[in-house]
Design a protein around this ligand. Structure first.
Ligand code: NAP
Length: 261
């Protein structure tokens, strides 16, 4: 029987590539996002993940059509850039709503179905959740939270046979870079450092890996009987996070300051 996979944020970037790849590999794929994107073979449902009602309605529709859900991929996410001091409260609430509440909403609705199918939850975190990036502090906060959430959830769901994995991509070439909302540094105190930092981050993302690299890791994770809770995408990022475990914290922070501070 074909696997039924639900992915959030399937209209662009990593989500779109993954939806296409999984469908190509034989899965039945449902893509949830606010913007409709017609992709051959992919079932689209309009859904803002910040609304638990919309998430619930989407899952009821999927269950009505397929009778089961095997895998849920929490991929929808946004970025904001700017100094903490200047970031508008509205922007902070928005990133928490999408990157954290969106995941919590989807899991809350999906878990009962995944317990029946002994399925999998895949949350898309980020290397930036393990290495906090200045001027993207709130983004790092949300991704760090998703890692902690994935660990707790994995332990809670273990006796039910539901596997939870947080996948941590590094810089990936997607529309994420142009979609990131950068705050204006009104009092200009941070301007030089902030623009240098954001410019470096944008360059790294534009030269980053292709989304298919992340999709293939997601696919391998789905296929594994016992995937790890944390999976980092790409050798260089795995090496970086490995090094972080052994270097003194002061040195790690000094390097981050030199690179992005
Ligand atoms: N690109 C990178 O360098 C990178 C690195 C590490 C991790 N990531 C993570 O990878 C994930 C995908 O990012 P991407 O790079 O593929 O970015 P992207 O191209 O900007 O795609 C983001 C997706 O999220 C969806 N989305 C945003 N807000 C939503 C909402 N409220 N409800 C439903 N869907 C929503 C968007 O669809 P709509 O706007 O149509 O709703 C879009 O499909 C994110 O979680 C991101 O944090 C990205």
């Amino acid at each position: 029987m074909k696997r039924v996979v639900v992915i959030t944020g399937g209209s662009s970037g990593i989500g779109e590539t993954t939806a296409r790849y999984l469908s190509h590999m034989g899965d039945i794929v449902y893509s949830l996002s606010r913007t409709k994107k017609d992709i051959f073979g992919i079932h689209y449902l309009e859904c803002d993940v910040t609304s638990i009602e919309q998430v619930r309605d989407s899952f009821i529709k999927i269950i009505g059509q397929t009778g089961k859900i095997d895998v849920v991929i929490n991929n929808a996410g946004i970025g904001i850039g700017g100094p903490v001091e200047n970031t508008k409260m509205e922007s902070i609430k928005q990133i928490i709503n999408v990157n954290m509440m969106g995941v919590f909403n989807v899991c809350k609705i999906a878990i009962p179905y995944l317990k029946i199918s002994q399925g999998k939850i895949i949350n898309i975190g980020s290397v930036a959740g393990e290495l906090t990036i200045p001027f993207q502090t709130f983004y790092s906060v949300t991704k760090s939270a998703i890692m902690a959430y994935s660990e707790g959830l994995a332990l809670e769901l273990k006796p039910f046979g539901v596997k939870v994995t947080c996948i941590l991509p590094g810089d990936t070439k997607t529309s994420f870079t142009k979609n990131r909302e950068n705050e204006v540094d009104i009092n200009k105190e941070y301007s030089v450092r902030y623009y240098k930092s954001i410019t470096k981050m944008e360059e790294d993302e534009k030269n980053g890996m292709l989304p298919i690299a992340v999709s293939k890791v997601i696919y391998r994770t789905i296929k594994k009987k016992n995937p790890g809770v944390k999976v980092v995408v790409g050798f260089s990022y795995r090496f970086l996070l490995f090094l972080k475990r052994f270097l003194p914290e002061r040195l790690v922070l000094y390097i981050l300051y030199k690179m992005y501070g």
